[in-house]
Design a protein around this ligand. Sequence first.
Ligand SMILES: C[S@@+](CC[C@H](N)C(=O)[O-])C[C@H]1O[C@@H](n2cnc3c(N)ncnc32)[C@H](O)[C@@H]1O
Length: 274
Amino acid sequence: METINTSDYQALQIYLRDACGILLRDSARDLARRRLRPVLDNHQLTSIEELLARLDKPGRSGLKEAVIDGVTMSESQWFGEAAVFSLLGDQVLPDIVGRNPGKRVAVWSAACSTGQEPYSVAMLVRELSEKNPGTLSEPRVLATDTSRSALEVARRAHYEIGPDDTGVTAVRKERFFRSIEKGGWQVSPDIRALVEFRELNLLQRTLPGKFDVVICQNALVYYSAEKRKAILARFHAALNPGGYLIAGSSELTGDMTELYEPIACPSGTAYRKK
Ligand SMILES: C[S@@+](CC[C@H](N)C(=O)[O-])C[C@H]1O[C@@H](n2cnc3c(N)ncnc32)[C@H](O)[C@@H]1O
């Protein structure tokens, strides 16, 4: 598939919007072509038109999931956006443990992809508790995603770490990873033990428990304002009193103030449950 023609792309946009609430931007056409190429190959399809004709047919198990996986993209980074981790370390965690010293903080990484985000959270809490002994206990991190393939990578916890992974400093590499003989690095067992991975679709109503912090980055951006509003209300229900939502600014819907009190910090805004 060299290109996706305009009418096929529009049909794909309409399908994803109506069936899944996903907004595929006009400007993402070439990216979508690259991301869907392997999906077409794996399912022996030759065009987007053929793909659309098969999407909801019985006997095409995994096709719809593979398309959603492809277009919502599973890239993730260690210690993601630096600002988000500063918010967590400088504002959110100190506020929570200031109110409940020694607390075992429960964190939900709500679109965890291949695991870098929840493992980074576990590493950060470990670092903070070592710096300030007696303040924070080991965290409990629940990490969820819809993508089974991303969750498999996350559970394996085996990564290539390159020069672009600036969040993994030499100290962190030494402290939180062990090198694998065949190449690459695996997250150490003590950090892995803090993170539980589970398949969960944010569009469904399931709440996986109660948390002090919900982190959702780079996922809601694909959804319509209406779907995002419903998901943000579910995050609110999943938060303990005074708990925080940390989300990228592009994930949020216009008016959050009914549910959350925005806490502005030098590194960004965190949203505390009202
Ligand atoms: C770009 S990754 C973001 C990963 C991580 N949060 C980060 O910022 O590094 C987007 C992830 O959102 C997940 N996702 C998209 N829609 C979802 C949904 N409805 N429910 C759960 N996960 C979803 C995708 O499977 C993908 O792994």
